[in-house]
Design a protein around this ligand. Structure first.
Ligand SMILES: Cc1cc2nc3c(=O)[nH]c(=O)nc-3n(C[C@H](O)[C@H](O)[C@H](O)COP(=O)(O)OP(=O)(O)OC[C@H]3O[C@@H](n4cnc5c(N)ncnc54)[C@H](O)[C@@H]3O)c2cc1C
Length: 281
């Protein structure tokens, strides 16, 4: 349980951090809250030669309104999101999800950026970030670019981020209160075996459904969304649509749940999340 030795850097600015990342290439890892990286290093599943601690870079830690969206710095902790008045008012899906992550210690240290980049298939944030159609801002030696969340998650523990890039910001739209996050959690850790985030756009009679925990990467339940397009959200239409929550998905099969059970949970949690969100219109 002791990590392999490594060099430690604590840059004071994003530019300095990117310079270090660029200099050390794939031998380096960024350290945010450390709640996924440090356990992996202790188990020697990760053995970076260089650790770049971005915890002192203050301009990665904020929640603010900007150009009609809400911008969240990558180093913002789960706890800061849970207790944000701005998000509670303007993007309540995030404040509903945050307290369902791990325990108090995890939420006090773990960051939304670290969770998204780590891309654990059982992480909670991806479901909401997908349902919200978020934009992710990444910065590297050649400048910054914005990645739509649908292109961000590539595979198990893999994202579109390059090794010399840092996730800087997550931008989400303001939503009405008709949202919900429902998960079935692994009892010991709290990680999602099946987590479903729903946003109901009453004006356009559409829904957005993000699913995590079920497959190797989080996904939008397109078949559910299509089935409900232009439909009133009744018990019948919701039940009918939810049956498609795991359509064309290859569910994970591991010690926590069989593929069949995960697909079942995806359908049940989609129905429940849609019912809750519809009741909040
Ligand atoms: C006991 C326990 C229970 C947990 N339960 C849950 C749970 O119920 N739900 C859940 O979703 N999560 C859970 N987690 C995970 C937790 O949310 C982590 O905090 C999160 O996955 C990683 O965030 P971090 O800030 O700790 O990142 P770190 O561990 O510091 O980093 C994770 C990875 O992301 C990279 N990285 C971090 N930030 C950036 C950045 N800005 N740009 C580029 N790369 C970056 C690092 O290099 C590393 O590869 C749990 C963790 C523990 C230890």
């Amino acid at each position: 349980m002791i990590p392999a030795s490594f060099d430690y850097f604590r840059p004071q600015s994003l530019e300095e951090a990117i310079g270090l990342l660029n200099q050390h290439g794939e031998e380096a890892k960024v350290l945010a809250g450390g709640h996924s990286l440090v356990p992996a290093m202790k188990l020697r599943l990760a053995q970076p030669k260089v650790v770049i601690d971005i915890g002192r870079i203050s301009d990665l830690n904020y929640i603010r309104e900007q150009d009609g969206k809400i911008a969240i710095g990558a180093m913002t902790t789960h706890h800061a999101i849970e207790t944000s008045g701005l998000l509670r008012e303007k993007c309540p899906l995030l404040t509903e999800l945050a307290p369902q992550i791990g325990d108090v210690q995890v939420r006090n240290r773990g960051t939304i950026g670290g969770s998204l980049v780590h891309a654990d298939p059982a992480a909670d944030w991806p479901a909401a970030i997908l349902a919200l159609d978020a934009e992710l801002d990444v910065v590297g030696p050649n400048g910054s670019r914005s990645i739509h969340v649908k292109k961000f998650f590539v595979d198990l523990f893999q994202t579109a981020l390059q090794p010399n890039q840092i996730l800087r910001e997550i931008r989400v739209p303001a939503t009405p209160r008709s949202v919900a996050y429902v998960k079935f959690a692994q009892r010991a850790s709290g990680f999602a075996i099946a987590g479903v985030a729903v946003v109901v756009h009453a004006a356009s009679q559409t829904v957005s459904v993000g699913v995590t925990g079920v497959a190797a990467k989080p996904y939008r339940a397109n078949a559910v969304e299509k089935s409900l397009e232009g439909q009133p959200l009744t018990a019948e239409s919701i039940t009918h649509a939810s049956k498609r929550a795991a359509s064309r998905i290859d569910p994970l099969n591991d010690i926590h749940a069989s593929a069949e059970y995960r697909a079942h949970l995806a359908r049940v949690n989609t129905r429940r999340a849609l019912q809750i969100a519809a009741s909040r219109i």
